[in-house]
Design a protein around this ligand. Structure first.
Ligand code: SF4
Length: 158
């Protein structure tokens, strides 16, 4: 009888410790809600924006929010490309809020009409280039062009 009680106690202790570790990790990662989907270790679900066909795989999907986790730091504001990516993810998942987690800071992003407009403009520009088989103008810098795999054939390189 004592052995059975001991096994049951050990079982619940393991569950409790695992739960506490999970909560601690989620809190350290700044995740407050119930995770519906995660792509942090790959295998996350693909979401499709029905209006554009853009496919997105957010790092974390919570109820009403997506989180994009970046492996680099920023200064005072998120990179515009990261905001655009997050906007595409919000529209694909159908949520109104997002967070971008950089190594040093977190930013909130709202799915506003303005951001949706920016996304649609970029989408139409990309579609035009694809339809006409042309490349968009780049934003060359010496640092980028030096390591770019196309620098031996690119007309715009610095
Ligand atoms: S070499 Fe051309 S494609 Fe590559 S970064 Fe520079 S401008 Fe862009």
């Amino acid at each position: 009888m004592l052995v059975i009680v001991f096994v049951i106690l050990a079982f619940f202790t393991i569950i409790l410790v695992s739960w506490i570790v999970l909560l601690k990790r989620r809190s350290e990662a700044g995740i407050g809600g119930w995770v519906k989907d995660s792509d942090l270790k790959g295998g996350g679900r693909k979401y499709v924006d029905q209006a554009t066909g853009i496919v997105a795989k957010p790092d974390i999907v919570l109820k009403g929010k997506v989180i994009e986790v970046k492996s680099y730091a920023v200064k005072n504001r998120p990179f515009s490309g990261d905001i655009l990516q997050t906007t595409a993810e919000m529209n694909a998942v159908g949520v109104g809020k997002a967070e971008i987690h950089y190594l040093n800071r977190k930013f909130r992003v709202e799915n506003t009409l303005h951001l949706r407009g920016v996304l649609m403009r970029v989408f139409h520009t990309m579609k035009e280039h694809l339809d006409h088989n042309t490349a968009p103008h780049g934003t060359p810098t010496k640092g980028r062009c030096r390591v770019c795999e196309f620098n031996d054939i690119c007309q715009e390189r610095c």
